[in-house]
Design a protein. Structure first.
Length: 737
């Protein structure tokens, strides 16, 4: 009999065990049991090929008639022609030529996926499948399957789904009694099976309901372990020491506020005081500040930074790009005026100094920044990841502000925190609004403040989709509109997805397997054009074309990440001052850039961008008193998922709603991020949006448990399981170096 920790080879024999290790990284019985079916198929649900309707999720029973491998732009495409007597169709796999070995002519299997079409031929792209093993005659095999819920597993290498089913069957047959880490009373409360029962039910369900309850219990487990881990982290953070920082009645903060050219919104007032309260504590603040682009987060952060300077501390503002760091430096210099010039003749006695530190700063300036950071003269240090490097020493780092969290890893956040004597207070800002359960799951160790209103005086942004396939002349109209805006002394952005055209920059343009998989998950067809990026607009091609064509006579300049820092800087400065009227750029302008005079944005190949990204981008216009106009140019077809996405963006300015759509579409692969990637066993089923209810439930159960018993001493198996999840997370942290 086997237990969960047993090595696979004890139960399965060397060859299979080795294949499982090689293909999936599985080592133990538990690893295999946690390889859950992706779905189940039943004979009754099978469709005739002749009756398939495009867009439907179907399962067919068919025989392989022909197999062809072709290459397109360095991709290997496996085309499998199958038939079921009613008709034939094709199955397509990208970069999975190894499937040729199992999808041999004459083999019969069940294939499940979404019906698409390519060049008029119906196809399933990357279908899940379950082959009927050699030697079984099809009729009896199918009869066997009739009424049975047959699991379809994520397959790979030499391990087709049926082989996995077989191995899991063997493991289940020899499975001993196993301890259940979920306390019995909790399982009972929700009507959940035991862990052992759940493994049986998810792999060999007798009914769909049974499979569903098992899956729910296993998903709940994941949510609960994660919540317990987060609850423990919070408790650990509470136990850390930090220097309390408080604001005096007529210090730097008061002087700064007395000069602000505007009144705080009520949201800003509220969050200012939350932060003030946090930083008065003797343990570090961990706060996430979320708010739309332009909602006024920077002032809040600045106030917090000034407040630590009052007690001799320093604040570091970490920005994701050089452009943004420079922007912040300028904005903050301007907002502070002579308060940022301490130690100079023009300086204010109560003030401080700013220091900028980015990778491309000339050596002499870098040296100067470094010494002012080290001796404490610079109260506010603004920089990119260069701030994290070894040579940077602070006199008394009191507060770390991280701008645009989604581009910073936890590791980086931690690296900066290491530079302080006591853990500094932490404020993380993000303009991508995060639904509550996501925040709870991902940032469970942070308190969350949300700015919901924009400062008054903001102009609305109107967004339209320009479908160039159906209405090519709309694009000409877009260029006309830019001319009109510039005629009114306004400015415009044109955003393109690429820097260079494909011929020039072939290597950077490879669509990865991940892209293909993602496209497939989203139900997109993958065309050969997309495989090599043909037809995608690039900055280097578009800028000169417009300058000599549709936008002739306007002052237009390109901006992209491959330009030198000086050139980027110069270009941004010229755009800020209005010298450049039209900026043709990549997404380097995505976050933080603030040119209130810009009233219009045209986004080329808008379907290339994610929902949140588009929302961020368009936040660049309508920042002043002029209403903003954003045009999303796309060759996506009417009714395609890409078009639906763009229509959603055009249809609402509600960032929360959009971030939901975005997360939904990305399947949150990168929301749970590191934790969910790879072959680790602890977070496989949980999806933060779909499982909102479960997460809420898990959270309240976890809080209850931790409150009664902070170390979970009366639930040793549960405590152990949480520690495994924790170890998994920190080992991945180490992996990343
Ligand atoms: P965010 O960082 O959230 O994108 P910013 O802090 O850059 O937004 O604010 C956008 C613009 O609004 C800036 O020019 C800022 O000076 C201005 N602003 C901030 N708060 C207010 C306010 N309460 N009233 C008017 N303008 C404000
Ligand atoms: Mg900002």
């Amino acid at each position: 009999m086997a237990v969960l920790e047993d090595p696979l080879k004890k139960v399965l024999g060397d060859r299979t065990a080795q294949a499982l290790t090689k293909t999936f990284g599985m080592k133990t019985v538990e690893d295999l049991l946690r390889h859950y079916p992706r779905r189940y198929v039943t004979r009754g649900e099978m469709s005739d090929i002749s009756k398939l309707i495009e867009g439907d999720e179907v399962t067919i029973l068919a025989e392989v008639k022909a197999v062809k491998i072709r290459r397109a732009n360095g991709r290997v495409i496996l085309d499998v022609h199958v038939g079921d007597g009613s008709d034939t169709m094709s199955l397509t796999f990208f970069n999975q030529a190894w499937r040729e070995k199992e999808l041999k002519v004459g083999v019969t299997g069940m294939f499940a996926g979404k019906v698409g079409s390519f060049k008029g031929v119906r196809q399933l792209s990357h279908p899940d499948y379950q082959l009927i093993p050699d030697g079984n005659d099809v009729d009896s095999a199918v009869d066997d399957f009739a009424g049975k819920y047959l699991p379809v597993y994520p397959a790979g290498g030499k391990l087709p789904s049926w082989k996995l089913e077989q191995s899991i069957g063997i493991v289940l047959d020899s499975l001993d009694e196993i301890p259940d880490y979920l306390p019995r009373e909790i399982a009972d409360e929700f009507g959940y099976p035991t862990l052992r029962e759940a493994f049986f039910a998810i792999h060999k369900p007798k009914s769909r309901e049974e499979a569903e309850v098992a899956r729910e219990r296993l998903t709940f487990d994941e949510a609960m372990l994660l919540q317990l881990l987060l609850a423990q982290r919070r408790a650990e953070l509470r136990a850390l020491q930090a220097t309390p920082r408080s604001i005096s009645t007529n210090g730097l903060v008061s002087i700064f506020e007395s000069r602000l050219p505007f009144k705080y919104t009520s949201g800003q007032i509220e969050i200012n005081s939350e932060i003030e309260m946090d930083m008065k504590q003797a343990h570090p603040m961990h706060r996430l500040l979320q708010g739309e682009v332009g909602s006024g987060k920077t002032v809040i952060a600045l106030r917090a930074m000034l407040s630590v300077i009052e007690s001799g501390g320093q604040a570091a503002l970490l920005a994701p790009t050089e452009v943004l760091a420079q922007q912040h430096f300028k904005t903050i210099s301007k907002l502070l005026g002579d308060l940022a010039l301490a130690g100079t003749l023009e300086g204010n006695g109560e003030g401080t100094q700013l220091a900028l530190l980015t990778g491309s700063l000339p050596t002499n300036l870098k040296k100067d920044s470094l010494s002012r950071i080290a001796n404490g003269e610079a109260g506010i240090v603004i920089g990119t990841h260069a701030l994290l490097s070894e040579g940077v020493e602070f006199n008394d780092l009191a507060l770390v502000v991280v701008d645009e969290q989604h581009r910073f890893g936890v590791e980086q956040r931690d690296a900066l925190r290491m530079k302080a004597k006591l853990p500094p207070h932490l404020l993380v800002m993000t303009a991508t609004p995060i639904p509550r359960t996501v925040a709870m799951t991902i940032f469970g160790d942070l308190d969350v403040s949300t700015l919901r209103q924009l400062p008054s005086g903001r102009s609305p942004i109107t967004t339209h989709v320009i479908p160039v396939l159906e209405k090519p002349h709309y694009l000409d109209r877009a260029w006309e509109r830019i001319k009109e805006e510039v005629g009114k002394k306004h400015q415009a952005y044109i955003v393109a997805p690429r820097i260079t055209a494909p011929e020039v920059d072939e290597s950077k343009n490879k669509i990865t397997q991940a892209d293909i998989d993602m496209a497939r998950l989203m139900g997109d067809e993958i065309t050969s054009e997309e495989l090599n990026g043909e037809g995608m607009v690039s900055v280097e091609e578009l800028a000169p074309r417009l300058a000599t064509g549709a936008l002739k006579g306007l002052k237009l300049a390109p901006l992209h990440g491959k330009q030198s820092a000086e050139l980027k800087e110069e270009t941004m400065a010229a755009f800020s001052s209005g010298e450049i009227e039209v900026l043709v750029s990549t997404t380097v302008i995505e976050v933080g850039v603030d040119v209130p005079n810009a009233s219009m944005m045209v986004i080329m190949d808008a379907d290339r961008f994610g929902v949140s990204q588009l929302h961020q981008l368009r936040g660049r216009v309508g920042r002043g008193s002029v209403p903003g106009l954003c045009l999303l140019v796309t060759a996506a077809e009417e009714g395609s998922p890409a078009m639906e996405r763009l229509t959603a963006v055009a249809g609402t300015l509600d960032g929360f709603e959009l971030s939901r759509i975005d997360l939904d579409q990305r399947r949150e692969g990168d929301v749970l991020g590191r934790a969910q990637s790879g072959t680790k066993s602890h977070l496989r089923l949980l999806r933060v949006l779909r499982d909102e209810d479960l997460i809420e439930k898990a959270r309240s159960v976890s809080l209850r448990l931790i409150e009664d018993d902070p170390t979970l001493s009366s639930f040793p198996t549960l405590a152990h399981e949480v520690s495994l999840l924790k170890a998994e997370e920190s080992s991945e942290f180490l992996d990343k170096g």
